[in-house]
Design a protein around this ligand. Structure first.
Ligand code: PSV
Ligand code: MN
Length: 388
């Protein structure tokens, strides 16, 4: 087993990025339920994200979605982030909210629409430069609904061309992540439906293109940790979008639906030695809180990822390897299950204390009065949300 000092150090060094869109109003196609005190602009979203970092100590960066987080002056936005103790993380283009994207963005049969979408990707590279971000994170809402609707192979060629143009524009030290999703918003084909498609494009582009695994983007029963392990082996795992799914892309809090799965994923991460300072795997939350309070839900999600990580760090690697080598099927399995069943909450409370934080981020946040303060302050204006 990793010694406890190292376990604590790894937990202190862990970084989990939150996403700006978690702090805006969200919902389903049936209803968006507005909540009081919701951020009205990207600046206020950063203020909310700063609270998550303040009470957990491990969430110092915030992903942006463009144009939801469009501002006139990105350097000013980055300075504001810095002033509240966070920084700008991955920049996410939006390829799904323009009327012209009905038949797709970069895969659209119309070259003018492809140009518009590719220009948006290039704009996001510039925003990454201006905000000091090193990641442009791409997800394409492109696909088709009916067999024969478009040429599957031609769409891949169009995608490759847009990716290559964007890749060539990346600044020094910047990388590109390519996220896959097996269905939705299209229901017959998606143009990047799986990790194989994403990986094939990344390999063709070069080593600064890597696959992003969103845990909500798989068919039920998919063995996500196998995918994670394979990508780590090939050094092409760029990062995660953590969230939970019960049925589809439900975007619930990470670790809420299946904490054992999250543990198994983190076990692969720990085994590959890519946790801790200098890790180039980006651990991000991609969630929307439709009915629950948003900042608190993000804090809970960060804690859930920390708990899965702590348990993964407690796996007795030596005992596991010995059991595996001797063909002890149940013994090997028991090593994992024992670690998973360990109550790591006291350990994490101690780690937080070492970091000068409250042992319990949820009650500390509730006590801080931040929620009541923003409910009182944020009156007037338009709450941020989908499309805003
Ligand atoms: C798509 O479902 C996705 O996971 C992508 O990461 C988007 O950027 C994000 O959700 C938008 O909510
Ligand atoms: Mn995602």
């Amino acid at each position: 087993m990793t010694d406890l000092g190292t376990v604590r150090a790894r937990l202190r060094e862990q970084r989990i990025e939150t996403a700006s869109w978690a702090y805006g109003n969200s919902g389903t196609r049936f209803k968006v339920f507005p909540q009081p005190g919701v951020a009205r602009d990207p600046y206020e979203k950063l203020d909310d994200a700063a609270q998550v970092h303040k009470f957990t100590g491990v969430a110092p960066s915030v992903a942006l979605h463009i144009p939801w987080d469009k501002v006139d002056d990105y350097e000013r936005l980055a300075k504001h982030a810095d002033s509240v103790g966070v920084s700008v993380g991955a920049i996410n283009p939006n390829t799904f909210q323009e009327a012209e994207y009905r038949l797709g963005s970069v895969c659209n049969p119309d070259p003018r629409v492809r140009r518009k979408a590719t220009d948006h990707l290039l704009e996001c590279v510039e925003i990454a430069e201006a905000t000091g971000s090193s990641i442009v994170s791409l997800w394409f809402a492109d696909g088709t609904n009916y067999p024969g609707q478009d040429d599957i192979c031609a769409r891949q060629d169009r995608l490759a061309a847009a990716l290559s143009e964007t890749y060539d524009a990346l600044g020094d030290g910047m990388r590109m992540l390519l996220e896959y999703k097996f269905f939705e918003p299209y229901f017959y084909t998606m143009d990047v439906p799986d990790w194989g498609t994403s990986l094939a494009h990344c390999i063709a582009l070069g080593e600064r293109a890597e696959v992003l695994v969103d845990t909500g983007h798989h068919a039920p029963g998919t063995n996500i940790e196998f995918i994670v392990s394979s990508l780590l082996r090939l050094q092409r795992l760029g990062g995660f979008h953590f969230n939970s799914r019960f049925y589809a892309d439900d975007d619930l809090m990470a670790g809420a639906a299946d904490p054992y799965q999250l543990f198994r994923i983190m076990h692969e991460v720990v085994s590959a030695g890519v946790l801790g300072e200098g890790s180039k795997v980006a651990f991000m939350l991609d969630q929307c809180h439709n009915i629950e309070p948003k900042v608190q839900a993000e804090i809970r999600s960060v804690m859930n990822v920390q708990e899965a990580t702590a348990k993964a760090l407690l796996v007795d690697g030596e005992a596991l390897r010995a059991a595996q080598a001797s063909g002890d099927v149940l013994g090997a399995n028991a090593v994992l299950v024992d670690a998973f069943n360990t109550d790591v909450r006291p350990l994490l409370a101690e780690v937080r204390e070492e970091m000068g934080l409250d042992r319990d981020p949820i009650t500390a946040y509730a006590r801080s009065g931040y929620y009541d303060k923003v409910v009182a302050e944020r009156v007037g204006g338009q709450s941020a949300g989908w499309g805003a």
